[in-house]
Structures are given as C-alpha cells and as structure tokens.
Design a protein around this ligand. Sequence first.
Ligand code: F0G
Length: 466
Amino acid sequence: MPQSITSEPGVRPAIFRFRCIACGDLSDIASQNFRCSRCGDLLEITYPFSSKLSERPLTLTPTDLKSSWKQRRFSASPVDLSGVWRFRDLLPALENEEHAITLREGNTPLYEMPQCARITGVPNLFAKHQGMNPTGSFKDTGMTVAATFARQAGFRWVACASTGNTSASMAAYAARGAMRSLVLVPDGKISWSKLSQALDYGAVTCQLRTDFDGCLRLLQELVLRAPVYQLNSINPFRLEGQKTLAFELLEQLDWQPPDHIIVPGGNLGNSSAIGKALLEMHELGLISRLPKLSVIQAEGANALVRTLREAGGKRLVSVQAETRATAIRIGNPASWKKAAHVLEATGGACEQVSEVEIAQAKAEIGAEGIGCEPASAVTLAGLKKLVKQSFVKPEESVVLILTGNLLKDPDFTMEFHSGDLFPWPSHDREHATLTALRHPPIVLDATLDAVIRTLEQAEKSGDSKA
Ligand code: F0G
C-alpha cells in the first residue's frame, strides 16, 4: 500500500483501499479492469476516514484541512500549484509527491451568470468552468491522479475509449509522464478539435467503426490481454481526481454549500465523483449540509433518466445513443450505479433536454462571454426545466458545472450561427428564439461604407432585441 510524505502538522496522508460498490469487498490491489474479483462490479477508493471502514479514523479536522489547503496556495511546489494535488489529504497517497504528473490542472474559475440568471429566474446562479483546464475539459483533474498512479505502478502504456475529451487529456498526461498512449474513438463521431489534440500529444489513435460503447467494451477486453493501463472513468483514481472540483468549489464559496449543483451526464463518472466528494466533505464536517446534485442528459442519450424512471434505478436501461452533444453520446454508462447512489444520497434530480434546448442554452452561455461545448450546455437547459418543475426555487443558489471549453467543438458553433444545425422545419417560436441568438459571419466588400452600414444595422437590431 502506498505511503506518502507530508510536512504539515495535523494532516495525515490518505491511505486508501479499493471497495466494491455492490458487495463491499475490500482489497489493497485492483485487477486490470478495475472490477471486483468476487462479483465483477465497479470499485471505488475508500479511506480510513470513511465510516465504511472499521479502522481507526485519521485525525482530519476540518480546520486543519481548510488551513493547509489555503496555505498551499502560497507555495511554488508543483503539487501545491495543482488545483488537484493541493487537496491531496483526501486523495490516494503518493509514494513520492515529486513524481506527480501535473499540468497545473484545476484552479478553474467560478463565474457569476447574470444574463442566464435573468433567463432562468434564479438570481444566485454560478458556473464552475472546468473547460479552463489545461486540455480544455474536466478530464484533466482526474487524469493527473490516474496517470500518476499508472506510472507509479510501472506501466509504459495507458489506454482509453473516448468521445474525445478523455483521449485529449490522457494523451497529454501520458506525454508529460513519458508514457505511450492508445486511444480508441468512434469513427466520425468526435470533434476534430479533440481528435487533433490526441494526435499532437503523440497518442496512437484508432478510429473504430463503432460507437463509444463499442470502444469501451473492446478496451475492457484489451486490458485483460495486454499490459496497458486503462484510464477511463471506470478507473477509480480518475474519479478521485475529479472529486477535487467540489473541494475547490466549496472553498471558492467560503464553505457555504450551494443549494444545487447541476452536472451533465454521459458515462456518469463525473457526477459520481462530485457526489462522492460532497458525501466525504459532509462526513468530515467540512460542510454542514449537502447540496442537491442533479444530472442532465441529452434526450437521445438518456440512459440514466430511463434507468431511474423505468427501472427505479435497479437495473440499467441502455439506449442507442444519438446527439450532437457528442461528448455525452453514450448509451451504456459504466458508472450508472455510482451516479444513482449519489443522486439518491443528495436528493438530486435527473432530467433530459432536447437538441434545440441544448443549442439554445449553449448560445445563451456564450452570450455571457463564457462559452462552453454542447455537452456542458445541458446544465443550463436542465436548470430551466428544474425551475419549471419547482425542483429549483428562485431563492436558491445554483452552480452549473461547465465541463468543456467552447473551442472543443467549433463545427457545432459554426453550424448553429450559420443556421445549418437544425435544417428541419421547427415551430415558429423555437425558430424565432434560435434566430435571435444567431450571429452569423457577414461577408462584405472591403469598403468603409459597407462596414458602417453593417454597424448601423447591428445597432438597430440590437435596440430591438434589448
Ligand atoms: N461533458 C464533457 C465535455 C465530456 O467530455 C463528458 C464525457 C461529459 C460531460 C460527461 O461526463 O462521462 O463523466 O458523465 N466525456 C467522456 C470522454 C466520455 O470520453 O471524453 P461523464
């Protein structure tokens, strides 16, 4: 079991074990596919401070933790500059902190969203922008931990199945850690921006003639046959890193929990990770009450919505996924049980939104000067629904988790603004709403007159919009 070095008094390293989410079996090692050797279900990482273990709890007082985390912000050491490893007391302990593979991930902004607040009627609305991570998505926070443990375990190769962001992130961290990386992505179903990142970071990139679910199935078999370390979110080290989003968010909110946190759902690793962090913070006394964690999916990739509605969360209802929010085009989410658990434990909701609602929400977030990729915009679209259902009340505070950067999917944005995204006829009202949000590029003769006329027209139409 790994031991760690930590200098701060009162704070101990997080010694961990693997625990099966179904049968509760505890072990010190995990097999290559990160499944329980007894029942085959997923593993999670658990610590002595968790009441799920009977060992003596560590002395992790909320005051010590909060003050160490704050103190580290003034340090120049790589692990302290990382917005993930700064919270290492609640992460699996490293053999040597100097060996962490870090790109200064985390440290992402929490923005106020005044225009979206007006649109939704929820004045206390914020967005935590994970798209501001080094490779442009939340995946980096998990990858720094999982890649570090891959290297610590002596692997030369890491691999993942991906809708694009995981592969971009994995390739970057593998390159930084001097490991080779193998990427399996669905042919033609991921954005060029994400694919090009993996190429530039030197991954062996295979575009398979299948969907994400097919890529993941194949990877699960591959890791049992070849010495590659899998970096999908089935890997519980990934979720430990992604957990830190919630620590950082609560620190930014001065440890006052928001009423709601809303997150997109694809393979359901991220919602599981954030939920785990909320439960751990509550258990350790870092927060006095739990925010409700809600998951939003695209209508065309709504496996969790259907699992909860049609099967009471007892068995997975998988779907043939289809959505232009390609990051969450997943029909057979691996972490559905973990996500169903955290939704129940925090009292959160699960909703679905249409393609038009996603595009509209994405343009509205863009109009705040923030921008995000389509999968992230499901959060705002979902919030509108949750407000309509009175699940979210106007006086409550809400944080949307924006998972990916606007530049991740420029094709979607260009098609939206040029009017090509929804070629089929739509309702008049829908059409008018989308048209008002479009800002297509204008091709002009290179004359001063033409530009001034355009400016005047824009000023007029701006007045009529206001
Ligand atoms: N948002 C973005 C931008 C994503 O890339 C993903 C997942 C999600 C949301 C959903 O997160 O899977 O943890 O529920 N992307 C994965 C990938 C599947 O391969 O990049 P999840």
